[in-house]
Design a binder for this molecule. Structure first.
Ligand code: AMP
Length: 622
């Protein structure tokens, strides 16, 4: 059969290296690829399209990721990390970390660069390392599906992530052995998947409420495949976990009133409460009342086991979380103001994130936007699909698709009196750059310190410190005589860089904005090498396990036939010989399994297969 030109082009594309799209979520992660121009979510080994963003280390030192980690979270609460995304790129003394210190069941400790680390069984991990374990898992899911190695990825982040959080996410990718060719914003990715191949021409809002973050973006989608973000805003500490926390508070308060015991003091009880709260919340999206039953939740002083039993109605849940929903709407209002658009100008509202299944949220969105939200996209999968679409467009250099995103925060510097001088305003289309000329303020001044910040407050201290640098080696001259042009740039990943140039001599200074928190390049390299070593060990373990399983199945089958083979042909020489050969094959295979050497086992598997065929011939023939 002749292939059309288009089919040949498709086949060629299929041979090009694939880029995977990863939605690295607070609660769940998802990986997708573009297959024959269709974004496809890749299921994990268990057949699920999303994988819990949970990492654990067992007592035996084994690392677990995803569903398997989630399943053991209650009994291993101290060594099970969930919602690490809430901590990525955060500073030790930030309010978000203080909040996490009070509410998490695992140990958060201070890192060497004013950053945050997590302690699991006496080993300390950086947050990008924890996230890299999830990324490695997603990479492996895609590799198993495609039966080829994958190295390139587009990873999504909440639109509201600042530079530190984006850098840390990129570090996580590097540690996982991924070349992160682009970081894109989650709502933008969702809009890409929504408009892909549909010739949409509309102004839309993407309302994204996930496990940990809330984002809203307003986009113009043009018929020519142009996706232009007009405004984006959000809150990186507003998400499903806050809804769960309200239910937990309610349960803890009720229990305290009844028994005088604070369940928060018991890590295992707290983990069980967290699970039960989330489960009840999800149930209440479908039914009006959910039962919460936690037998033997804790022991009283008299050693009597106490149970927790409660019934939560949908109305009560809505009352407990009313202010959280209101906050989402307030932020949506702000986004419209930033976009300078009226509500009537929004032609469609796309819901993203598991939390948008909650009826009260759908109602609030519908009331605010005065239209029923769009139901054509899958809230858990659409972000990864958008990332895969962008990934494919980047390597295929597709010019018919253009993504114009914006920076969610203003970029500026701290000036005298802790004032924030804005250089690049929020909602500026990226990539973008801006130059500013600095002059010396003293005679013979040879250095100038510049403090780079990101945020939306006039008061520098309220904003996020990205880093500081000192311009050194300036020419000695009278004050005001040396002019240095400093260029601040935000690239398409939303990541900031700075360059400086002496305007008179033209001499350029390359400046590294040293992130005040986060990892050094050396640390990233070391962690990446640890991670790749771990992956090699894991692959060897997987190979051993699958060879062992195959060998054990064959051993059991041959063992089961042995008596009958002996009975039917053991009287003849050739029969005794066959039985003897079979026994030797079994012994050798058992020894190989003991040796834990996958290759040696596979060699024996071939011998076992021959023996099994021979035995089946005998048994089948009697
Ligand atoms: P995501 O980060 O998009 O995976 O969203 C996860 C959040 O959505 C978690 O807080 C879940 O508890 C929540 N979620 C998932 N399904 C439902 C549901 N049916 N009703 C309410 N919340 C849900």
């Amino acid at each position: 059969m002749l292939r059309s030109q288009r089919e040949s082009a498709e086949a060629e594309k299929d041979h090009m290296e694939r880029v995977i799209g990863i939605d690295l979520g607070t609660t769940n992660s998802c990986v997708a690829i573009l297959e024959q121009q269709t974004p496809t979510v890749v299921p994990n080994r268990g057949g699920y399209k999303t994988t819990p963003s949970i990492v654990a280390v067992t007592e035996a030192g084994k690392r677990l990721v995803g569903h398997i980690a989630k399943r053991q979270a209650i009994t291993n609460a101290e060594n099970t990390v969930y919602a690490a995304k809430r901590l990525i790129g955060r500073k030790w003394d930030s309010p978000q970390v203080k909040n996490a210190l009070m509410t998490t069941s695992y140990n958060i400790v201070e890192g060497p660069h004013d950053d945050v680390r997590i302690e699991l069984r006496n080993k300390t991990y950086s947050i990008p390392e924890i996230s890299s374990m999830i990324l490695q898992e997603m990479k492996m899911v895609a590799e198993e599906y495609l039966s080829e190695p994958v190295t390139k990825a587009v990873i999504t982040v909440p639109a509201y992530f600042n530079d530190n959080q984006r850098q840390a996410t990129k570090d996580a990718g590097a540690i996982a052995g991924l070349d992160v060719i682009r970081i894109i914003n989650e709502p933008t990715a969702a809009a890409l998947a929504y408009g892909f191949g549909k010739n949409v021409d509309a102004t839309v809002a993407v309302f994204d409420l996930g496990g940990g973050t809330f984002d809203i973006s307003i986009l113009e989608i043009g018929g020519q495949g142009v996706f232009k973000v007009i405004a984006t805003t959000g809150d990186t500490f507003l998400g499903g976990e806050d809804f769960d926390a309200r239910i937990i508070d309610w349960l803890v308060d009720g229990f305290r009133a009844e028994h005088g015991i604070d369940l928060r003091e018991d890590r295992m009880a707290l983990q069980r409460l967290r699970d039960a709260a989330e489960k009840a919340k999800c149930e209440l999206s479908a039914v009006h009342e959910a039962e919460i039953n936690l037998p033997f939740i804790i022991s009283a002083a008299s050693n009597e086991a106490l149970h927790l039993q409660a019934s939560l109605t949908r109305a009560k849940l809505e009352e407990l979380t009313e202010d959280l929903i209101e906050r989402c709407i307030e932020i949506s209002k702000q986004a419209l103001e930033d976009a300078q658009l009226g509500i009537e100008e929004i032609e469609d509202v796309i819901l993203v994130g598991g939390m948008t299944r909650m009826p009260a949220i759908q109602r609030a969105v519908q009331d605010f936007f005065r239209r029923a939200p769009n139901r054509s996209v899958h809230p858990d999968e659409v972000v990864a699909m958008g990332a895969a679409i962008q990934g494919a467009a980047l390597i295929e250099d597709k010019r018919e698709m253009l993504l114009l995103d914006v920076t969610p925060h203003a970029l500026g510097i701290m000036t005298f009196g802790s004032h924030f001088e804005e250089l690049i305003p929020m909602n500026t289309t990226v990539p973008t750059s801006m130059s500013k000329t600095f002059t010396t303020s003293r005679d013979n001044q040879t250095a100038v310190k510049i403090i780079v910040m990101q945020g939306d407050s006039k008061n520098a201290e309220d904003n996020e410190l990205l880093g500081e640098f000192i311009l050194t080696g300036l020419r000695r001259a009278a004050k005001g005589q040396v002019e240095i042009e400093v260029t601040f740039e935000i690239n398409t990943d939303g990541i900031v860089s700075v360059d400086a140039r002496d305007l008179e001599t033209g001499q350029a200074q390359s400046i590294q904005v040293t992130a005040s928190s986060g990892l050094t390049p050396d640390e990233v390299r070391r962690m990446a090498s640890d991670a790749s070593e771990f992956m090699l060990e894991r692959k060897a373990d997987d190979a051993y396990e699958s060879a062992k399983q195959r060998a054990e199945t064959l051993i059991a089958s041959i063992d089961g036939m042995m008596a009958e083979v002996e009975r039917s042909v053991g009287g003849a020489d050739f029969g005794r010989d066959a039985v003897e050969k079979g026994r030797r094959a079994l012994d050798a295979a058992r020894a190989a399994v003991q040796s834990r050497d996958a290759e040696a086992i596979l060699e024996q598997v071939q011998r076992l297969e021959r023996t099994e065929r021979m035995f089946r011939g005998v048994v089948g023939g009697t």
